[in-house]
Ligand binder design. Structure first.
Ligand SMILES: C[S@@+](CC[C@H](N)C(=O)[O-])C[C@H]1O[C@@H](n2cnc3c(N)ncnc32)[C@H](O)[C@@H]1O
Ligand code: SF4
Ligand code: SF4
Length: 362
């Protein structure tokens, strides 16, 4: 009985949160549950990388640490717009960021506006250095998340190397003011705090500052690392912010508390597109190791149902332990969307500690 109630709730929430593309979400999720790799409908969530260039040098990011093996570039806004013409009927959500700083793209506001005019929910996250508040309001984006690394310049730039905290906070404050002064603007403004060893003592202060600053949500982001060296340097003392297995870590192995076992609903419902149109499974493939095709050369549905995508899904359900990128996955599951801005201030914790990665109220 409980499971029927759960299923009804899932369908009801799906219809509410993804008014477009829900057929695809239900079909593709059912295919995932049945262990079938296709045929699939066009993905309901699409992540697109505006650029993989960045001003900052965050040391656990392939772009920031100079370990990006794809060429650096900016998505062509005309190709982007044509691509949206192709997918907008089934795309409910566009995550408009990946391995670079979205607001370095000179056409970013125009591209967001185009997606919004096609009734796609758009969200992004940013280091905040280049955000133009007027551009954001003009773009009509649904959600923007500024992500900082500390409450003072010294702490902030231990991770957000080359980022100017004063500039970031000025842009954030101006955006809040502008949004509040603009009738009809409903952009949700979030501020995230990437918790690390050198800033974990500032978490409480961050939360009370965020509440006073007038953002809609404050988000505590558990830190990721790519290897033991980075883990030793950046993971917190407090285990509350760990999604890695502490015991394995003590034995010299970096492994999430929950390693997906022949299971990933994400690759049945979502896709990740790089600035040059190449398609990869998800955000755990920053360097384009598993390229399924190119959306500037062939239709997304063809790529999504193509041989390479199917083979990848097949390996997910049969032999995921041999897919290297899945072994450090911090975010499998479907995104937790909240398309309507809430009235009150909320604190969230982006954590795997609830079972799978989720953003829960704390
Ligand atoms: C690669 S960044 C691209 C967007 C933008 N440049 C930014 O940093 O916000 C994508 C996301 O990764 C987050 N991030 C970067 N390094 C992280 C780390 N070591 N642990 C957890 N999240 C991290 C960023 O805060 C952002 O939410
Ligand atoms: S700001 Fe974002 S893209 Fe730039 S180096 Fe940091 S995490 Fe990477
Ligand atoms: S890395 Fe994570 S999201 Fe990507 S395919 Fe593997 S389990 Fe899925």
């Amino acid at each position: 009985m409980a499971s029927v109630t759960k299923k009804i709730k899932f369908v009801r929430d799906t219809l509410r949160i993804r008014p477009k593309g829900w057929q695809s979400l239900l079909w593709n999720s059912s295919m995932a549950q049945l262990g079938k790799v296709g045929p699939l409908m066009s993905p309901v969530h699409v992540s697109i990388e505006p650029t993989n260039a960045c001003n900052a040098r965050c040391p656990v990011c392939e772009t920031g640490k100079g370990d990006m093996r794809r060429s650096s570039g900016f998505i062509d806004h005309k190709l982007f717009s044509d691509f949206l013409d192709q997918i907008h009927k089934s795309t409910s959500v566009l995550f408009f960021y990946f391995m670079g700083e979205p607001f370095m793209h000179p056409e970013i506001y125009r591209m967001i506006k185009i997606a919004r005019s096609k009734n796609i929910y758009v969200e992004t996250c940013t280091n905040g250095d280049f955000v133009d508040p007027e551009g954001v309001i003009y773009s009509d984006i649904n959600k923007i998340s500024f992500q900082i690394g500390g409450l003072d310049q010294e702490t902030h730039s231990r991770y957000r190397i080359r980022s100017n905290l004063n500039k970031v906070l000025t842009n954030l404050e101006q955006l809040i003011r502008k949004r509040n002064q603009t009738p009809g603007s409903s952009v949700e403004i979030d501020v995230g705090f990437i918790v690390m060893r050198h800033n974990e003592h500032q978490v409480e202060e961050f939360l009370s500052w965020a509440k006073g600053a007038g953002v809609d949500t404050a988000n505590i982001i558990d830190p990721c690392a790519r290897n033991m060296l980075e883990a030793r340097a950046y993971l917190t003392e407090n285990e509350k912010y760990w999604f890695y297995d502490r015991e394995a870590f003590e034995n010299g192995v970096l492994r999430p508390k929950i390693v997906p076992k022949n299971n990933c609903v994400w690759v049945w419902n979502s896709t990740q597109i790089n600035w040059d149109g190449s398609v990869v499974p998800c955000c755990r493939d920053p360097n384009g190791k598993y390229i399924f095709g190119n959306v500037f050369e062939e239709p997304l549905t063809k790529i999504f149902n193509g041989e390479k995508s199917r083979a990848f899904r097949k390996q997910i359900i049969s032999n995921q332990q041999n897919i290297d990128i899945c072994q450090l996955c911090s975010g499998y599951g479907l995104p937790n969307l909240n398309p309507i801005r809430e009235n009150d201030f909320h604190i969230r914790h982006h954590s795997i500690n609830t079972g799978s990665i989720s953003v829960k109220n704390v």
